[in-house]
Design a protein around this ligand. Structure first.
Ligand code: MRU
Length: 354
């Protein structure tokens, strides 16, 4: 199977529902869900059936266009009020990835800019904008891939964490994009190590699945094995994705990412964050301001096991993301260019946030 051919999320041809590849079932079952009600789309985001910051943004764009198409009024102001209600509901699905809010705000911008137009036309514009968000995402990942690829040398070992792959975007991924770019350039000698990424195993279930099926030399390691893998000299570079980057370059990504960055610094390995500019939140100064999602304890004690693997009643802490301090980051690769510290200056030079 060529994973690059799979759509993480798309709008049905008759524009009545979304088709979401259910990532909770991967790698064993490839199943596409048809979801139509806004509550079911909200739940698909919450339960990580569709996940990864850019894919959440693409899904949110389609979702709000779909749900807005069913608002029954010819009055623009009333349409706008109902739109905002639905938008706020979707925005409550997950707190950390800024792409969710970014995409919904962009969609709201279309409504507000079109208030003089008939409601039927606003609805069409929303569908067009959602499609543009999706198409731009493919181009953005491709561009990140080419920039990331330019940092690679033949034979490199690459470590990645979680899934910032094609499954987390519309295509190519962000952290995996340099690996797919290398394939497109005919390189077959890269070695990729992926952390399994406890507790939800996005590395094992998703990254290992997609890279292996693309024919990339992939080795799965437990998160706790990153240190010895680096010490053995097997890793030359780290690429990770992100859910939100603040003005100073602090980066929220899947829990465990900051530990990888600390290890990389210890072993002198360059650590790169692959970040579509939509993931850079210039309204926040530092990572301390990023809301960190706390997820249910069962994800740690029971999920994926055939029986519970922790004592009943044990206290569990399950933050889904952590923040990597900007001082540990060698560079942030955006589709507009590679940013080196000081990141705020680099972002501004690329027009990010304007
Ligand atoms: O909880 P998830 O699976 O949505 O977390 C995903 C990540 O942390 C990814 O690394 C991030 O969203 C970047 S995806 C290109």
């Amino acid at each position: 199977m060529n994973v690059l051919q799979l759509d993480t999320v798309r709008l049905s041809a008759d524009r009545t529902h979304l088709e979401i590849l259910d990532q909770t079932l991967l790698p064993n079952t490839v199943k596409v869900l048809s979801v139509s009600r806004i509550e079911d789309i909200w739940e698909a985001i919450r339960l990580l059936r569709v996940r990864g910051a850019p894919a959440i943004g693409v899904c949110a764009g389609y979702a709000i266009a779909l749900t807005a198409s069913r608002i029954e009024t010819g009055d623009q102001e009333q349409f706008c009020r109902e739109f905002v209600k639905q938008k706020e509901y979707l925005a409550s699905a997950r707190p950390t990835a800024v792409n969710l809010f970014w995409a919904l705000n962009r969609m709201e911008g279309v409504v507000r800019a079109s208030l003089a137009r008939p409601v039927a036309e606003i609805k069409e514009r929303l569908f067009a904008e959602a499609q543009a968000i999706r198409d731009e995402d493919v181009a953005i990942s491709h561009s990140i891939g080419e920039i990331g690829f330019s940092l690679l040398r033949h034979g490199d070992g690459i470590l990645t964490h979680c899934n910032a792959g094609t499954l987390a975007t519309a295509k190519y991924g962000t952290a995996t994009a340099p690996m797919y770019a290398a394939l497109e350039h005919g390189w077959t000698d890269l070695r990729v190590y992926c952390d399994e990424t406890r507790p939800l195993l996005q590395g094992a279930r998703l990254t290992a699945f997609e890279l292996h099926s693309a024919g990339i030399d992939t080795t799965l390691i437990c998160d706790s094995m990153a240190s010895i893998t680096m010490k053995r000299g097997l890793i030359n570079i780290v690429f990770v994705g992100c859910d939100r980057v603040t003005r100073n370059g602090d980066t929220a990504n899947k829990i465990g990412t900051s530990a990888v960055a600390i290890l990389a610094r210890h072993y002198g390995i360059p650590f790169y964050v692959c970040a579509p500019s939509s993931t850079i939140d210039m309204s926040l100064e530092t990572g301390d301001q990023i809301p960190i999602e706390e997820r249910p304890p069962e994800e740690v004690t029971e999920m994926w096991y055939t029986e519970r693997m922790a004592p009943e009643g044990i206290k569990v802490c399950n933050p889904a993301f952590d923040v990597t301090d900007h001082s540990l980051i060698t560079g942030i690769i955006t589709e507009r260019g590679l940013c080196r510290p000081p990141f705020a200056t680099a972002f501004e030079a690329l027009g990010i946030g304007r």
